[in-house]
Write a protein that binds this ligand. Structure first.
Ligand code: SAH
Length: 386
């Protein structure tokens, strides 16, 4: 098997599975893009099997500590292991992320389950080349009605892959009506944000909504309104959903009708809305998109968070709540917490932390690959008179 010799002190010696170009001492056996290769240390000791793509910044991603090919038996085994975990977790295993890349030993492969429909993303060249093996294994394990390939993630560009969305098996399920947590939601698997729903937030809707009865709620960066609708259903006095996307706001409207709930959908830039708003609220939810995908722009991202936190704190009444989320891996839990604290200091308000949130358990975190931890959130309450 061709492969790479890895330089001393590289991250792989600290348990990480990625190899960057700067960590390669030399290659042997002429590995080709998309190949399975073997990794060795500088004393010729094997480190395991990896997928290879010299066009990517991450040249190799290890998927086994042994000698292993990416064959049908491998995909059946790894996917089955991933599904078994979801069945045991306290989540709905028919509406969840069934396989999540490195966290399931399948670097660059994501499989989301929407009842009898699957959405697959291949974000690495090696997985993309083996899509037929993957869909074959999925058909054998789950017999889904349809398999949608949702390959428009910008991450594919880094691997030299073109965008491609299409139905690989069955017929397009769009628009798909789903019932979850007592809410009816419409999802479009081929064109919606993410793969249709923000599966990583699904269980957080109700946790935040438990604070909503009788409250005036503002759901900023609402997308199709998961948080806002859950709050309305829980008995909020009023709910406003703000999103910059016309499609998202149209979906809020349709979802509100589907559930016979009252919400006010507002198509606007949330920064402007928060700045110009003259109303007061008792619960504000901030769930923006990732403000940074790289360390370089972390400073700008932190200024963005500070601004929305400050503005939201000014709109919060008396003993109101602020539920705020960051889905950027580069923004650590600690940095994010400090950001809200600094905003509270500037706004001269005292907050207490009442809940912490994370990505749902179907997106498991590998302690050796910090990049697998991305979503964090906090709920604070204002202490009145302080
Ligand atoms: N809470 C949502 C997910 C939010 S994702 C859910 O659970 O479904 C972030 C959302 O922010 C996207 O819907 C995107 O359209 C929206 N968005 C991005 N920039 C924005 C801006 N400047 N103002 C308002 N919305 C914005």
């Amino acid at each position: 098997m061709p492969g790479l010799v890895i330089k001393p002190r590289s991250r792989i010696f600290h348990g990480h599975d990625w190899v960057y170009a700067s960590e390669i001492k030399k290659s042997f056996g002429n590995p080709q893009p998309g190949d399975v290769i073997s990794l060795k240390d500088f004393k010729d000791k094997p480190l395991g099997s990896a997928i290879y793509n010299p066009r990517s910044q991450i040249v190799a991603r290890r998927f086994s500590r042994r000698k292993q090919d990416l064959d049908r038996a491998f995909f059946l085994r790894r996917l089955q292991l991933a599904f078994t975990l979801r069945e045991r977790l306290p989540i709905d295993p028919t509406l969840c992320r069934l396989a999540w890349s490195e966290s399931d030993g399948l670097p660059g492969l994501i499989v989301d389950r929407y009842r009898n429909h699957l959405v697959v993303q291949t974000l690495t060249l090696a997985m993309d080349q083996r899509i037929d093996l993957i869909t074959g294994a999925l058909l054998e394990l789950l017999s889904p009605d349809s398999i949608v390939l949702r390959n428009d993630s910008p991450m594919r560009k880094a691997e030299g892959l073109e965008p491609a969305n299409f139905v690989a098996h069955g017929e397009s399920p769009d628009p798909l009506m789903l019932e979850t947590g007592g809410l009816h939601l419409e999802a479009t698997l081929l064109t919606g944000q993410k793969t249709g729903l923000y599966l990583d937030q699904l269980d957080t809707y109700d946790r935040v909504a438990s604070l909503a009865p009788g409250k005036r709620v503002l759901d900023c960066f609402s997308n199709q309104g998961g948080f806002g609708l859950a709050c309305a259903r829980a008995g909020a006095a009023s709910v406003t959903c703000v999103d910059i996307s016309a499609e998202a706001i149209a979906a809020v409207r349709r979802n509100a009708d589907l559930n016979d709930l009252q919400v006010e959908p507002v198509e606007a830039n949330a920064f402007d809305y928060l700045k110009n708003c003259e109303k007061q609220f008792d619960l504000i939810i901030l769930d923006p998109p990732s403000f940074t995908r790289s360390k370089k722009t972390l400073g700008d991202a932190m200024r963005g968070y500070k601004e929305i936190h400050l503005r939201a704190l000014k709109l919060l009444d008396h003993d109101g709540y602020l539920a705020t989320f960051s889905c950027s891996h580069h923004v650590s839990r600690e940095l994010f917490l400090n950001n809200v604290r600094d905003a509270a200091v500037d706004a001269r308000r005292t907050l207490r932390l009442v809940e912490s949130y994370s990505q749902r358990a179907d997106h498991p975190i590998l302690p050796t690959i910090p990049e697998t931890e991305y979503l964090k959130g906090f709920c604070f309450q204002l202490l009145p008179g302080r």
